[in-house]
Design a protein around this ligand. Sequence first.
Ligand code: SF4
Length: 419
Amino acid sequence: MTLSVTDRIESQPNQSCDVELAKGPWEFDLMPGYGPGASEEDTIPDPIVRPGQLPVVYQQMGEEELHERIRRAKDALGDRLVILGHFYQRDEVVQYADFVGDSFQLANAALTRPEAEAIVFCGVHFMAETADILAREGQSVILPNLAAGCSMADMADEDSVEEAWEQLTELYGTEPDADGRLPVIPVTYMNSSAALKAFCGRHGGIVCTSSNAETVLEWAFARGQRVLFFPDQHLGRNTAKAMGIPLEQMPMWNPRKELGGNTVEQLQDAQVLLWHGFCSVHKRFTAAQIEQARADHPGCKVIVHPECPMPVVDAADAAGSTDAIRKFVAASDPGDTIAIGTEINLVNRLAAEYPDRTIFCLDPVVCPCSTMYRIHPGYLAWVLDGLVEGEVRNRIVVSDEVAADAKIALERMLAAKPR
Ligand code: SF4
């Protein structure tokens, strides 16, 4: 029997990056170093459960009772409810999801259920915001635990990006060149706050996902001389490198330094300015792990997520989004061995789905996404009970103004076509 990630953390604490994760999230939400992770753009929902303050009765409920409550609420709400579960979400929660997918697939899946009054997003904050931007009028998007943020998304805040933009505009000006290309186009990864998607909408920019980053960069270069890419430096670097852009024309923008820590010459010569952000889960993967996997399993295939550092992507046989990783595994043959560099819950689920293949995570240390992990069945039961009682708890609301601008950037992404 395959152990769930929570069981593995509990039973093999010396093989986990953070044993605290196995505790109730209401306990580790309050520990030093675990910030709230929510967007500064939020209007504070009412009623709200502050991190660590889930009603005690839900904290103390056993697995069986929580299961019963969630089932009962789902039955009572029927089509009025849709539950979305991200690929990286823990199994104890994903089992209740009507749709499982990546952030953008899930926001789109919700569109197929216009009759649902409530969309419960078992993912992280920026995903719930995107679902709210795309939701129809009158639908409420709920994030069961408001502390479920994304450390990468939080690495680019609106003020720092505005500040960077001001410096860049001063340096490059705002006039297009002879080909009509603007000096710089902002591109934000889907893993960013609604405020930054709106920033891109206002400044001729666009959103990308890990599946379409190359198409989006081509779109941007058709309209601009260079790109400011945030928040994930690795996705930006890996994609631009695959397009043939030299590394020396991809300086890093450190928001804590003047001109991002670059000289004027470096910025004049730049094609892609990479924001100093990263995913704490994917940055754990190393080229040495790939070497080890190949030594232990001769002939194994290695696929990694493009949020991994460049040496890891270079050493792997393939790199791709969560969806591409799923397709890679589906296209493999029985008996194949596949080492995967992405979040452990997705890898475990693929291993369970394809028992005739050997599938394992490149990182031998169990390290799930700690912010995604904050959605515990206790929080899910609490928000669903609220809906049954007619109360919308932990609603994520993006203001109309921000949503309108963010939608422009999202629509540009949808209209961008591969070459
Ligand atoms: S896996 Fe990384 S990018 Fe994805 S939600 Fe977790 S911290 Fe954010």
